[in-house]
Design a protein around this ligand. Structure first.
Ligand code: E4P
Length: 214
């Protein structure tokens, strides 16, 4: 299972990368805006840190605009994946970009049928937003389970990136379902690594070690 980090903060990316937990990066317009840095500058810096897929999102609403943006973004670095919103125009753009060998990540996916359409259009990745589904009292992980089954039934090569992850349980369930990738915020990566009994154990060992030396 691959872990992507869901951020445009290069310090977070460097930190998680040093732990060996970053197989790729996803960004979106909100995360880029939060970084306070120019889009191309931050995306290029991220590509210099991580040797893996880096998703950068197109912001046009029409297919022609998305295609033009996609071509431009993919020219920035060979690891760029063009993130395309799940709309009818988005599907058209994915078809053209994929025929040109440009990797795409269909984003803002909330149903398994949207994911099926993205795969049929030729998407490299599909991103179901589990946290946003859970926020509306839907079961995000159930949708991921359906997508994985459907892709397996028909042998689609499109990979599932579980996105909008809010907590360690989302990552656990993604792993149990067999999703290809989870894109995880930095705070959740840290939470996955920590346990109060680990901290308590270290404290006790160090206290005992100090006693021994006295
Ligand atoms: C990643 O591809 C998505 O843009 C991201 O996971 C969305 O997360 P959010 O629902 O916490 O904004």
């Amino acid at each position: 299972m691959r872990f992507f980090i869901d951020t445009a903060d290069v310090e977070e990316i460097r930190d998680a990368h040093a732990m060996g937990m970053v197989d790729g990066v996803t960004t979106n317009p909100t995360l880029i805006a939060r970084s306070g840095r120019p889009f191309e500058e931050v995306i290029t810096e991220i590509c210099g840190i991580v040797d893996g897929p880096v998703s950068a999102e197109a912001v046009s609403l029409d297919a022609a605009g998305m295609i033009a943006e996609g071509r431009e973004l993919s020219g920035l670095h060979p690891n760029i994946v063009v993130k395309i919103p799940m709309t009818t125009d988005g599907l058209k753009a994915v078809g053209v970009l994929s025929s040109e060998g440009i990797a795409t990540n269909v984003t803002l996916v909330f149903t398994s049928m949207q994911a099926l359409m993205a795969a049929k259009a030729g998407a490299t990745y599909v991103s179901p937003f589990v946290g946003r589904m859970d926020d509306l009292s839907a079961d995000g992980m159930e949708v991921v389970e359906q997508i994985v089954s459907i892709y397996n039934n028909y042998g689609f090569q499109t990979e599932v990136i579980v996105a909008s992850i809010r907590n360690p349980l989302h990552v656990l369930e993604s792993a149990l379902i067999g999703a290809d990738i989870a894109t995880i915020p930095f705070t959740v990566i840290r939470n996955l690594a920590s346990h109060p009994l680990t901290d308590k154990g270290i404290e006790a060992f160090l206290a005992d070690w100090d006693k021994r030396r006295k």
